[in-house]
Design a protein around this ligand. Sequence first.
Ligand code: MSP
Length: 480
Amino acid sequence: MDQKKFYITTPIYYVNDRPHIGHAYTTIAADVMARYWRKKIGTENVFFLTGTDEHGDKIEASARELGIGVEEFVDQNAERFESAFKALNVAFDIFMRTTKSEHDQSVKVFMEKLQTAGALYQDEYEGLYCKGCEDFYTEKDLIDGNCPIHGTAVELLKEKNWFFKLDTYLPEVKKKIESGELRIEPETKKKEVLGLIKQGLNNFSVTRQRVKWGLDFHIDPSQKIYVWVEALQNYISAIGYGRDQKTFDHWWPADIHLMAKDIIKFHAIFWPAMLLAAGEKLPKKIFAHGFFSLNGKKMSKTLGNVIDPHALVALYGADATRYVLLNQFPFGEDGDIKEEKFGEQYNADLANGFGNLVARTTNMVEKYAGGVVEAVEPTNDVTKIHQHIEELEFDQALKEWNRIVAWANKQIDDAAPWKLAKSKEEKDQQQLAELLKQLVATIKSLAETIEPFMPGIAEKVLAQLNAEKITKGEPLFPRI
Ligand code: MSP
């Protein structure tokens, strides 16, 4: 892939939730991509954005329930996301929060652009309103005709809102998706999006009158900007839109907006339409990965089955957590995660696989070669792994990596170096030396290749193998 710069984003996560492994899943995947491209095209040419979505009534209501101020509440929870990602070795370049004043500044400029382009108009919005939520619902959101959160009756209310002329821009969005100028991946998601467009979509409102916790719509002070509309703009506010044109031009358009399929409509239809109206380029690719359930159930606060990423890190370490999370099912598909499989995979692939390969090899190099072997080119080929990463086929990349690990372990079993070491024959000694050289070269290449997934482990192994004298170190993956 010809790539000069690489700008990747995750969704910004709602701060009324605690970070869980669903959020971690997307963010780790984005981190793998960012780390991969940093190695390939240089750190300064990669920009990786993640962050939090902090406005709207639901967030204000959550703060109220806890009896704390909304600002304190969002600060607290944004910090939880940021520290969970750091604990997972996620190296984002910016952690964007929609309550930052820079975001507000950029959003003002963008909304102004939409207005000047004639893409906005005033109209009446009618919906089913819950006083408790201070929010509108549609018929299908309700449970037994009542508010899904409070269980209380809703009332039909009208308010004046500003709307976006989606109908004006939709044909162009459709054309760009069909032609592949705006790539929606995987292919199944592209079909879904085109299906949605075919069904027909209404113009949507971009402001709310009754919302209090939100960004002001300066064109009409009676309104706040609808939270989704400003949240999407974080992808441009984070890189200086309307404030720092040079930085913005450098990074925009995004190379990949990454998310799960739950929010694809906003990203693949509404966002491109708004960008077209504002005269900006469209993101190059929108990739919607699958949604996973946990032990056959939807992961949710009410079911109480939400896994905190910190719990996995405590058990397996950050690197192995990243590895097992991305290795459960193909990235673009839905899947079910079984907790016990994490441990099985950890033991099979990491403790008994790569960890054992490194331990055996370094032990032999120390014992049979005085810790020193000549550097050679490895015979294994990792180009396939790189291709899989570029295509976001993480499980395939890891499968291929494991195949090489198994092959290397088999080299040891087949050659029985402990026997060669005892032999006095020249050819046996030569075979042993050759084997050790090859193994060290293979492990180096395996460590470099796995770096985007397991940066800490890769660094450790490379330091061990690049030392003046190789010694058997601590086990990389203690058995669980
Ligand atoms: N705030 C919006 C996004 C605005 S982006 C401009 C939002 N936030 S969210 O907190 O609900 O995050 C949704 C995203 O979290 C999903 O798109 C996905 O990236 C991730 N996931 C949450 N649960 C997940 C699973 N169970 N499985 C896979 N991804 C999950 O929507």
